[in-house]
Design a protein around this ligand. Structure first.
Ligand code: PRX
Length: 640
């Protein structure tokens, strides 16, 4: 398809390759028209840039120092400031005409129910939940695990924690018993908030039963708060378990409840993510910096306006949901849509139907969803009126140009710029991203966000030539950066700041083209990106080893048409076991049972030997090359 070659910037610069310049109407209505000027200003004084953004939000007490880098990499932002992110998400709007504007619209998977909440109503819901968890003994600084489906109460629960100063730890509702148990134990949560069940593709997910099994080995959990969603019978443990709807009827539930003033650097949440070693790590974010980062990035990148109906189709259980379903949109006073189900149930037209029904103006999703829907052809989107859309977004993995063009042409009708946002659980906010006024190249996240700098380095720390692949690092602190790994500050330093001292190691490889555009290639560590979700090879291998037939195993990621990458495992069996298709299937199911459906291996292959270094480390690189028939590279360290 020919690119829309319509230079629109005040001083149009000619970019190389397949370029989509912003159309005149996009430029005309953009909140921020002059990208270059803002970028130059922010680059010159990034601390000043963030300071100015922060003043647009409300602080109970102003900060004394915007950035304290004295103990780097333990950076602090807005030092001395007092605030609460929930005050800015909700209460701030109650003094404005937004009070009666819709904050949240929700629709159930079966399409039979919808619920919506104005900012005024959201304040009441969050206050009630906050008063209830407070009555259950949760205090400032306590951790609360949230394990729920995509229903409004998951958002109330997160905000209720933040309102009283508790630290939420949301565990994606697709994780299994051991994965949930590990996270509850590691965070030492005293309360778990869950649902009786949830729905996924018409099937009932037994959230309460999974919680029961997980919590049975978590002596620190004093209470389990259960939101009724499905109404099916679930076991109940008197004393420990509490129905949310019953507590709402009790005198402890309050329509108004005080918002705890927090220090800017007080923790807001932890969120577990996979790294290269061992178990998932809890990434810690704080009230002040995270608020400023998510507010600012969403405002400029998705160009939020009061009349928008914004839909981020992620799950609140991932960072995308935290930053851009919950906090970012509410901080901007936006109307946000939350959908309980997935993209293809009961048919592949479901998302397009919802866009028409609710007049969605901005859709933010992952390449895997685009590729998945693309397979069903253009007839499905064609049946619906998608003309309300004005911006599209992509996140989680590199978007292949073919999917980009389909998304642009079939969904966006060639008029909606696509914001390909590169960022991570650790960064909290978009780091490499366009805004609507930036010329786009399919597959590139364009350039670093205002005030950011990124470099691409070789093994020795020298910048590579433009066009060459290298390690992507970030060289300036940003307000919503992770502050530490909860409970392991040493690992925080080692994992992110030790390879190139003073520079943040992203774990990704990338290249930069002659226009300064960044192209993300993928992870360079032992992380597999399945449908935009991070899985550690170590996690999968530890799951396999708990099966009685497995002596040793190795997991790698291989390209997959829809998922981006899929998990492939190599297994060495114990002598008394023999390979069979049935055992392979049993092992695939075993991984899904230990971690969750997203980790289910595509394939399990039985081998007699795994390629190892002389020091005994599995050379996954060799397995990967072999599986794809690619050159195996340097084998000098191979054991034999
Ligand atoms: O490899 C990059 C990929 O996802 C990783 C971060 O995963 P997670 O912490 O789960 O957060 C995902 C949602 C922010 C990155 O290291 N990634 C994320 N966004 C993009 C991407 N790769 C290419 N393009 C993107 N837009």
């Amino acid at each position: 398809m020919p690119a829309a070659k319509k230079p629109g910037n005040a001083k149009p610069k000619k970019f190389n390759g397949e370029v989509y310049y912003p159309a005149e109407d996009v430029l005309a209505r953009a909140n921020l028209r002059d990208w270059e000027k803002t970028a130059r200003r922010a680059d010159k004084d990034f601390v000043g840039f963030w300071e100015q953004e922060a003043t647009q939000l409300e602080w109970f007490k102003p900060w004394k120092k915007t950035l304290d880098d004295g103990k780097a990499p333990f950076y602090k932002w807005f030092v001395g400031g007092k605030l609460n992110i929930v005050h800015n998400c909700i209460e701030r709007h109650l003094e404005t005409p937004r009070k009666n504007k819709l904050a949240l619209i929700w629709e159930s998977e079966d399409g039979k129910q919808d619920r919506s909440f104005s900012f005024h109503a959201l304040n009441r819901e969050v206050s009630r939940m906050a008063s209830i968890i407070h009555a259950l003994g949760v205090k400032k600084g306590d951790r609360v695990t949230i394990y729920m489906g995509r229903i409004p109460e998951i958002i109330f629960a997160m905000l209720a924690c933040a309102k009283i100063g508790a630290v939420h730890s949301v565990v994606f509702g697709g994780f299994s018993v051991p994965a949930l148990r590990g996270r509850v134990q590691d965070s030492e949560s005293k309360l778990v908030i869950t649902c009786d069940g949830g729905y996924q593709n018409g099937k009932l997910i037994e959230l309460k039963r999974i919680t029961d099994e997980a919590v049975a080995q978590c002596p620190g959990v004093e209470n389990v708060l259960v939101v009724r969603r499905t109404g099916h019978a679930v076991p109940f443990q008197p004393g420990r378990d509490h129905w949310y709807h019953e507590m709402l009827e009790s005198p402890v539930a309050k329509d108004r409840f005080p918002t705890q003033p927090m220090d800017a650097e007080d923790p807001l949440f932890i969120l577990y993510t996979s790294g290269s070693t061992g178990r998932p790590k809890a990434i810690l974010h704080t009230h002040g910096g995270y608020m400023v980062g998510t507010y600012t990035t969403l405002k400029y990148v998705f160009d939020i306006k009061d009349e928008d109906r914004y839909w981020c189709a992620a799950d609140p259980g991932w960072i995308t949901g935290h930053s851009y379903i919950v906090y970012g949109p509410l901080l901007n006073g936006a109307t946000s849509f939350l959908y309980e189900g997935g993209p293809t149930f009961p048919n592949p037209g479901r998302w397009w139907q919802l866009i028409e029904r609710y007049g969605i103006t901005i859709l933010y999703t992952a390449p895997t969803a685009v590729r998945g829907l693309m397979r069903f052809g253009e007839d499905w989107p064609e049946q619906y009126d998608l003309s309300s859309l004005r911006l599209l977004g992509s996140v989680g993995e590199p978007i292949n140009p073919e999917a980009w063009r389909w998304y642009y042409r079939v969904i966006g009708k060639g008029k909606t710029p696509i914001m390909d946002t590169w960022w991570q659980t650790e960064t909290g906010m978009f780091m490499i991203t366009p805004t609507p006024v930036v010329p786009l190249k399919p597959g590139s996240g364009t350039r670093p966000f205002f005030g950011q700098r990124a470099e691409i380095l070789d093994e020795t720390g020298k910048p590579v030539k433009d066009g060459d692949e290298g390690y992507l690092v970030l060289t300036r602190p940003w307000p919503s950066m992770l502050r530490t790994i909860y409970g392991d500050a040493e690992l925080y330093k080692r994992q992110y700041w030790s390879k190139y001292p003073g520079k943040y190691m992203t774990g990704d490889s990338a290249r930069r083209d002659e226009d300064g555009y960044y192209w993300i290639i993928g992870r360079v560590d032992d992380v597999i990106n399945v449908s935009g979700h991070r899985l550690g090879t170590a996690e999968i291998e530890s799951a396999l080893i708990t099966h009685p037939a497995v002596a040793e195993s190795a997991a790698i990621g291989l390209p997959h048409e829809v998922k981006g990458q899929a998990v492939h495992c190599f297994v060495l069996l114990k002598p008394e076991h023999s390979a069979s298709e049935q055992l392979a299937e049993e092992l695939r199911q075993h991984v899904a049972t230990v971690i969750g459906g997203i980790a289910r291996p595509e394939e399990v292959a039985f081998v007699d030997k795994l390629p190892k270094t002389r020091s005994g480390k599995i050379m996954r690189r060799v397995l990967k090359a072999r599986a794809q028939g690619l050159p195996e590279g340097d084998l000098s360290t191979l054991e034999d």
